[in-house]
Each structure stands twice: as structure tokens, then as C-alpha cells.
Design a protein around this ligand. Structure first.
Ligand code: HEC
Length: 270
């Protein structure tokens, strides 16, 4: 993967600089250099999102349900003792990013949405038609919003995606199958290229978003009155009535994601 090599090369040069191997001046210009195209960065953050989303859907929602844990659209309501559905987990991440100083936009849409507000329109609707055929990412510049936009297929990667959408009372399509392109994540950023620092800020704001929404879920559990509260620690629902802490959850995301693995490697080498 080309991006990974570039990032690695950059991190190595930063490491060398901090060891005194490269003159000061050069290190300053290196930090301000536009290293990544917006497409590359949005692709990186979308990979992180794939890992996070699949982990949450399978290991928390899928396995949690088998333990009797509940997940609901109205999970935030006081009288509903449940966790966020995968789509609402993603929206939680998007909300956290929006509150951060990082100008990154994230949206999950479809042509046959459960929630009408998630229906693609205009250019995004046209490109989604192509994504359904080739499952390839699409990039374009949104002239109206003045934002670089990337769209990535959102696949029915778990049985839970299909059954829940097919059976949902508000569904607009009830024959989803495993592996179908159920929607797409749309990512937006104002600049066409990013420095190393800006790139790290994008990835960090996504990771922070994950922790924020996950912590909100754990806070909800704290207030459960009727339901059996899962024990929160280093165990997962696959083992019983347990949930990982936000730290343990994020740690798994990092382990599963190639970019993060590499970043850790370089940080460790520093
Ligand atoms: C337990 C039920 C449930 C599960 C499991 C679930 N979803 Fe959803 N999904 C929903 C609901 C409800 C919404 C609408 C949320 C909202 O109000 O925006 C939604 C929204 C979406 C959307 C945005 C378009 C729309 O339908 O509104 C996509 C795309 C989507 N889900 C794909 C998936 C995929 C892929 C998976 C598995 C990785 C998945 N969903 C798992 C219930 C579920």
C-alpha cells in the first residue's frame, strides 16, 4: 500500500530528525509539507472506520445480543436500557468529530434507508449507483459545499445487518443479503492535501469519536435499573455478560488496523 510506505518514510524521517540526523530547518519544512492527498487520508480514516464498525457490530452487538444485551434506536431515552445500534454508533462518532476542531465530515447514507433522512441525493446518489456495481471508492469535489468528498461502500458484513434491516418496521427494502452494498460512508474535508500533522489530527479525531460514543454507552449502562448490568473490564461479550472498557475496545481497533499497527511500531522505535 503506497500510503503506508509514504507515512512510514515520513515517520522515519521525523525520527531521524529528532535524533539529530537531519538539520533543524529541514525538519520544520517537513512538518509543513503537504504529504498526503485528501483522497489518501480519507481512505485511511475510512479503513479505521471499517475495522471499528465491524468490531462493534460483531463483537459487541452480535455477541452482546446472545448474552441478552439490548441495542436500540432509542438507546438514549431514560426508559430504554440499551446500547446504540451500529449506525447510531457511527453517528455518535460523526457528532464527536463535528465538535472537534478537525474539519472532517462523516455521514452514512443509502438508497433504501431505514431512516428517510439518510437517503442519498444529487451527485452522491449518482455515485452510489456506481458503488453498488463496482464497490470501488468514489472521489469528487462538491462545488456547492466546497468540500472534497469521498464515498466508500458499506457492506452487509454480519448477519445482524441483514436481519435487523429486513425486519425493521420502517424499512424500505426487506430482501438485503449478506455481502450486499447496503449504503456508503461519505467523508468530507475542505483541503486537497494534508500535512503529516493534519493527517494525524484526522485519524486522532476519529479515534476520539469512537471513545466518546463508547463511553456514552457505558454511562447509559451505569444508569440501568431493570437490566442486568454487564461487568466492564477486559472481557468481551463472547465470554459472558461482559463489556470491554473504552480503552480495551480502542486497543482492539488499533491491533486490527494496519495503519495503527505501523504507527505504533514507529512510535516504539523512537
Ligand atoms: C439492530 C438493528 C440494526 C443492525 C444490527 C444494523 N443496522 Fe443499520 N440501521 C438500523 C437503523 C434503525 C438505522 C437508521 C438509524 C437512523 O436513525 O439513522 C440504520 C441505518 C443504517 C444505514 C444508513 C441508511 C439507513 O438505512 O437509514 C446503513 C447504510 C446501515 N444502517 C447499514 C448497516 C450495516 C452495514 C450493518 C452491519 C454492519 C447494520 N446497518 C447493522 C438498524 C440496524
Amino acid at each position: 500500500m503506497k500510503t503506508i510506505y509514504k507515512l512510514l518514510a515520513l515517520l522515519v524521517s521525523v525520527t531521524l530528525t529528532s535524533c539529530g540526523g537531519v538539520p533543524e530547518e529541514k525538519s520544520e519544512t517537513a512538518g509543513a509539507e503537504k504529504v498526503f492527498s485528501v483522497e489518501e487520508v480519507l481512505e485511511m480514516v475510512s479503513k479505521e472506520n471499517d475495522v471499528t464498525r465491524t468490531l462493534y457490530t460483531k463483537a459487541i452487538v452480535g455477541k452482546g445480543k446472545a448474552q441478552g444485551m439490548k441495542f436500540d434506536e432509542d438507546w438514549r431515552k431514560d426508559d430504554v436500557e440499551a446500547g446504540p445500534l451500529p449506525a447510531l454508533f457511527l453517528r455518535g462518532v460523526a457528532t464527536s468529530i463535528r465538535k472537534s476542531p478537525v474539519p472532517l465530515g462523516l455521514y452514512l447514507g443509502s438508497d433504501f434507508p431505514v431512516n428517510a433522512a439518510n437517503k442519498f441525493e444529487g451527485k452522491q446518489a449518482d455515485l452510489f449507483e456506481e458503488i453498488k456495481v463496482d464497490q470501488e471508492p468514489k472521489f469528487f469535489y462538491d462545488e456547492d459545499q466546497k468540500l472534497h468528498t469521498a464515498m466508500f461502500a458499506d457492506l452487509a458484513s454480519a448477519g445482524a445487518c441483514v436481519s435487523c434491516h429486513n425486519d425493521h418496521p420502517q424499512t424500505t427494502k426487506s430482501d438485503w443479503k449478506l455481502g450486499d452494498v447496503m449504503g456508503a460512508t461519505t467523508w468530507q474535508y475542505p483541503k486537497d492535501s494534508l500535512t503529516y500533522k493534519e493527517t494525524v489530527a484526522v485519524l486522532s479525531s476519529y479515534a476520539k469519536g469512537t471513545v466518546d460514543i463508547y463511553m456514552e454507552y457505558l454511562d447509559e449502562i451505569e444508569d440501568f435499573k431493570e437490566s442486568d448490568k454487564p461487568e466492564i473490564g477486559d472481557k468481551w461479550p463472547a465470554e459472558g455478560n461482559y463489556l470491554p472498557t473504552a480503552e480495551v475496545f480502542l486497543d482492539s481497533v488499533k491491533k486490527l488496523s494496519s495503519y495503527e499497527t505501523m504507527k505504533h511500531l514507529v512510535v516504539a522505535a523512537k
